[in-house]
Design a protein around this ligand. Sequence first.
Ligand SMILES: [Zn+2]
Length: 137
Amino acid sequence: MRKVISFISKEEHYEADAAVLACFDFRFHPALRAYIDFLGKVDLIVAAGGVKQLVAPEHESDREFILDEFLKSKKLHETKKFIPIGHIQCGAYGGVNEEKFYIDELGKSPDIIRKAIPDAKIVKAYIGWDGVYEEEA
Ligand SMILES: [Zn+2]
């Protein structure tokens, strides 16, 4: 295999500051990376639609997969904070261009996460065109 990037990764175990669920939409990755830097050590879960996989999955197994990822983060990295992220104009939602729609969708996620992780601290996050917003849930 051909080495394309030299980079030294840290071997030590870590406790995650948060597990983050985000959409794979590349337009928002620069903002997402900045938010991750703001948060600290993050277990990052990326899936088309992000929060949609929790609140309006195409298949129930999609939701189970995401919740299982959160649980694995908690088990492996003692994660206490879980952050579903919504973003404007998400293709998984048909590209709706209305901030309120995504905030409402995001609002459905804490109850779903708490069913799987009753003691979860949950922060709802949203990426708009001008930045990243968050609110404890
Ligand atoms: Zn999206």
